[in-house]
Design a protein around this ligand. Sequence first.
Ligand SMILES: [Zn+2]
Length: 320
Amino acid sequence: MSMTRRTLLAAAPAASAAGLGGGPAAAQSPAPPPALHRYAVGEVAVTALHEGMAARPLDASFVRNAPFEAVQAALERAFLPKDQLPITFTPLLLTLGGRRVLIDTGFADNGPPTTGGALRALAALGIEPGQIDAVVISHFHPDHILGLRRKDGSLAYPNAQVLVPEAEAAFWMDESRMANPPDPLKPTVGAVRRAFEPKDIRVERYAWGKEVLPGLTALDARGHTPGHTAFLLESGGHRLMALSDVTNHPALFVRNPDWSAVFDMDADQARATRHAMLGMAAAERVAVAFYHAPFPAAGHIAKAGEGYEFVPLQWGVNPA
Ligand SMILES: [Zn+2]
């Protein structure tokens, strides 16, 4: 069927009536079809899995240290709505030395109806959850760990070893903090309890500055959370930095690395980490992957004025 401008325009009111029109977040219907994008880093196959997205309502509290008008101007410059931020979630599947490895999980079936895509993308690849050998976790925020289990509490990846940052585990699994957390920490503490307390999970802690798995080195990226971790993937002279939540949406926080999102637990430390990592990626022209960039959430970082610019990869062209 050919879609002329006229048929598109004619179709718009019907889409609105069905609740599918309107703002960009609404344009995504619940349970989107599986989406993935594969690229290579040397011998390693990297597959970005489209877990889905959620729209975060925006007000002056979202960026703590910038006027809301400046935040809205940055959104307008990126052709995004000014009252809500579409936040994407992108776990990575690595085929690393014959093992299937996930970096972060998304929500499985525990999230908003517009999420859960990673499991569908794996199914589209013909990969059963039981065939995932390891899950490497960057930090313990719910959008990264809730998908370790399904709604019924069973393990989403029953045969996977789960590798977690030592510093993150030390903070969130501290008995006294777990017993009586301050309000802002409660959702994460709840997610940590749910994921890690049942004894059926095989958890191992990893340290910064070392290989978590061959070719995958954990980088100290603290600030967003106390144990927040980024990764350097190296194979055959090719490199990719998986930046996890060093920034939230690039249109705001790559462009303006000094801005602090409400999610950053230690704003000053997170800012220092952001500058160090974006600066290194730009200077060394290392390919990057984000968790919260528009899909497929990988590309490069270029210096641009006071900040940086995220240059998305071109489909079909390896970024690394
Ligand atoms: Zn996150």
